[in-house]
Design a binder for this molecule. Structure first.
Ligand code: HEC
Ligand code: HEC
Length: 288
């Protein structure tokens, strides 16, 4: 029974979103996320980066669009259900594995020193000219430096590590490069962002640029920013990677989607990250 209902709801949603008028609705407030009684303060709004001229004036954290209970969970690291996975990521960091007999810590030592800023500037072009996400760097270290097996991109062990690595950039503004060697990847991602997918013929922009602040179904649409990833999703009771979120959104348009860890999703990840340049990395955010 849920499938026809869902289809009908999505079709109705597509009609609503097809209205030509823009319906961007700015959030009522843009209070910062105050964590652990003021120990950390994360801004939830920033001027849009220049490349979004004519598209958006301000960029907003997805946190602003969530209900108060969900918001509150992110204001205390003991209440934030994602933090347990950061702890597990720390165990992973110290775990010796592979033929080389090394752990991440053997080479990188203190995670808070060595991984600071990595999340804020990734995806980025590596020394061989390929666009790499944090997951690619992790797996390259595992396979070529630890002689261990690559981790599943969307598996728990990888998500625990990306959560740990994200936390080391908490509060730092997203600052991915979009020029130079990154530019062709960025262009590819931009094109994807504005491409209408699926039977519903909806592009990312139709929802997250034209209609953020609107309600569709029981959902308050955000700008689809990625500065909070990996996010703890209450619905999944676990961490969700960026590519998995993209896959979910594309599936909702009833389209075939790209695989997690594909070059297409890397390019999209870069472009979406660049739309959030200026918003602070949230470490592990909580979403419904
Ligand atoms: C044998 C040493 C070694 C081990 C073990 C190792 N790494 Fe690395 N890692 C490196 C080196 C060297 C680089 C490249 C540094 C550079 O180019 O600046 C690197 C780069 C990285 C980067 C990219 C950093 C950046 O600034 O872009 C990440 C992320 C990373 N490693 C994570 C990990 C994780 C997670 C583990 C454990 C699963 C791990 N590494 C294990 C040596 C190691
Ligand atoms: C049919 C409308 C729709 C389309 C099209 C759509 N999304 Fe979403 N997206 C949603 C909804 C609903 C949510 C959950 C509420 C929210 O955070 O906006 C969401 C959430 C997200 C989030 C999580 C934001 C956060 O703060 O946790 C990201 C990232 C995202 N979308 C990216 C994309 C990308 C990239 C595309 C295009 C490939 C896309 N979306 C297409 C409806 C859509």
């Amino acid at each position: 029974m849920t499938i026809p209902f869902r289809r009908a709801a999505l079709a109705a949603m597509a009609c609503a979103l097809a209205l030509p008028a823009l319906a961007e609705t700015a959030p009522e407030s843009t209070d910062p996320i105050v964590i652990n009684g003021g120990e950390v303060e994360l801004q939830t709004a920033a001027p849009a980066p220049e490349h979004l001229d004519g598209a958006l004036d301000e960029i907003y954290s997805g946190w602003l669009f969530r209900d108060p209970d969900t918001q509150t969970m992110q204001t205390d690291d003991f209440e934030n259900p994602g933090m347990i996975f950061v702890d597990q990521g720390m165990d992973e960091w110290n775990m010796v594995e592979g033929e080389a007999g090394k752990s991440c810590a053997s080479c990188h030592e203190d995670v808070s020193e060595s991984m600071k800023g990595v999340r804020a500037t990734t995806p980025k072009v590596n020394k061989d000219g390929a666009l790499w996400s944090v997951e690619d760097y992790v797996n390259d270290c595992r396979t070529s430096r630890m002689q261990a097996e690559a981790l599943d991109w969307n598996g728990d062990r990888m998500k625990n590590l990306t959560a740990l690595i994200s936390m080391q950039s908490r509060g730092m503004p997203m600052d991915v490069a979009i020029d130079g060697a990154a530019q062709p990847f960025w262009e590819q991602g931009k094109e994807m962002y504005y491409t209408r997918y699926g039977q519903l013929e909806l592009a990312c922009s139709n929802c997250h640029e034209d209609h953020y602040g609107d309600w569709i179904r029981a959902d308050h649409l955000s700008q689809g920013q990625t500065n909070g990833f990996p996010v703890y999703r209450l619905k999944d009771a676990g961490l969700v990677s960026q590519h998995n979120r993209f896959r979910g959104c594309i599936r909702d348009t009833r389209a075939e989607t790209f695989p997690i860890g594909s070059d297409e999703f890397r390019a999209l990840e870069l472009y979406v990250a660049s739309r959030g340049n200026g918003l602070p990395v949230e470490g592990v955010s909580v979403r419904h």
